[in-house]
Design a protein around this ligand. Structure first.
Ligand SMILES: Nc1nc2c(ncn2[C@@H]2O[C@H](COP(=O)(O)OP(=O)(O)OP(=O)(O)O)[C@@H](O)[C@H]2O)c(=O)[nH]1
Ligand SMILES: [Mg+2]
Length: 372
């Protein structure tokens, strides 16, 4: 029941995408630009080619089309001129808004969440990840079907709307609800067996590496444990948690888990669906919060991850802030960041910098003393 691919290649060419942000006057321009840049990275990861990005600032949103109809008509002209195949909006859209915009522009429309879900379904490798993605997709779809139902009833049963439309929606809604229940049951089972497995290793200290997508979580786990987890410049390469043994001579043993990355405006349902995977985070004794030190909006990314963690873990955990990719920083920038984040550790997972100190600190935390 997984969604079919949102972005399909035509021949060997990629789908030509126009990104659209509709924002109110209170939002800072640079935030919108950064958000569009991230949407562009997501689009590339999904296999699309960003041809153009547009921003529209509005005092009031039009509930039917988000932007004004005039602007939508402008989009139609631009799309035709640039031979656009797909519009991706940087906000969540209702089913009705998607339909209305598609009608005016004549090009397929999706929103940020649908794009993220598409990447998730593309990158899901294990059974657990696949089930979680399907659950998230259905949870996203369900309220949209309900919304459509209300819309149809309000139309007062116009020809070809109410009767058969309503019935089909009822069937769809029931089927989706049934499938959601089945998926939840299957995931509970997986979660339970993982819990049993973890209990067997209860006496070993546990560390979870958390952070924004692409921060270098998998690279860090690889560097610390000589493993070969998948790493890449694409967003959300990792959708499963992977636990490895971190051994520090002569005798110190810890477990370290790689986890799924976070992202700004990650839909709540998506996080909830990844409960089985995020169990490693919940059960960890220490969190390594890794950040890409070269990111322009580093502060915002740290805050995003902190917010998700706050929601996820009721009790605050011991957490170590690790700034990664320092091999790409100029000295002045490194000094500035050291001043700004005096308690953070500075490493390069790829160039093996600062890792001995990180090992040492983890050991001293768990075993009181240790030489790394
Ligand atoms: N220059 C440099 N690049 C790094 C470093 N660590 C990771 N990278 C690169 O950053 C990209 C992302 O690394 P990953 O380890 O896949 O990041 P992740 O946090 O696991 O990402 P997701 O699983 O997609 O959320 C890859 O292209 C890595 O090669 C580093 O210390 N220096
Ligand atoms: Mg990863």
């Amino acid at each position: 029941m997984n969604d079919k691919k949102i972005l399909t290649s035509i021949g060997d060419g990629r789908e030509r995408v126009l990104l659209v942000a509709v924002v109110d006057t209170k939002v800072h321009r640079w935030r919108v630009i950064q958000s569009l840049e991230e949407l562009g990275n997501l689009t590339n990861t999904a296999g699309g080619e960003v041809i153009e990005s547009l921003m529209q600032v509005r005092h009031r949103f039009n509930p039917a089309t988000l932007m004004g109809t005039g602007k939508a008509q402008e989009l139609a002209a631009i799309s035709q001129q640039l031979e656009i195949d797909l519009l991706i909006f940087d906000t969540e859209l209702t089913a009705a808004q998607i339909r209305n915009i598609e009608d005016i522009v004549g090009v397929r429309v999706i929103d940020r969440t649908t794009l993220i879900l598409d990447i998730f379904s593309k990158h899901a490798r294990t059974k657990e990840a696949k089930l979680q993605v399907e659950l998230a997709q259905l949870k996203y779809r369900l309220p949209r079907l309900v919304g459509m139902g209300l819309e149809f009833s309000r139309l007062g049963g116009g020809i070809g709307t109410r009767g058969p439309g309503e019935k089909k929606l009822e069937v769809d809604r029931r089927r989706i609800k049934e499938r959601i229940a089945t998926l939840k049951k299957m995931l509970k089972k997986i979660e339970y067996s993982k819990k049993v497995q973890r209990k067997r290793r209860a006496d070993i200290p546990k560390i979870a590496v958390v952070g924004y997508t692409n921060a270098g979580k998998s690279s860090l786990v690889n560097a610390l444990t000589h493993s070969r987890l998948v790493t890449s410049g694409q967003l959300f390469s990792t959708l499963d948690s992977n636990t490895k043994v971190l051994f520090v001579p002569p005798k110190y043993k810890m477990l370290i888990s790689d986890t799924v990355g976070f992202l700004k405006n990650l839909p709540h349902d998506l996080i909830a669906s990844f409960h089985a995977t995020l169990a490693e985070v919940l059960e960890a004794d220490v969190l390594i919060h890794i950040v890409d030190a070269t990111a322009e909006d580093l502060e915002e990314k740290i805050a995003t991850v902190d917010n998700v963690l706050e929601e996820l873990c009721k009790d605050a955990k011991h957490s170590v802030l690790v700034l990664n990719k320092i091999d790409r920083l100029f000295d002045e920038e490194k000094e500035r960041l050291k001043h700004k984040y005096p308690r953070a550790m500075f490493v390069s997972a790829v160039e093996n910098l600062g890792l001995d100190l990180l090992r040492h600190n983890l050991c001293s935390h768990f075993f009181n003393t240790c030489t790394a």
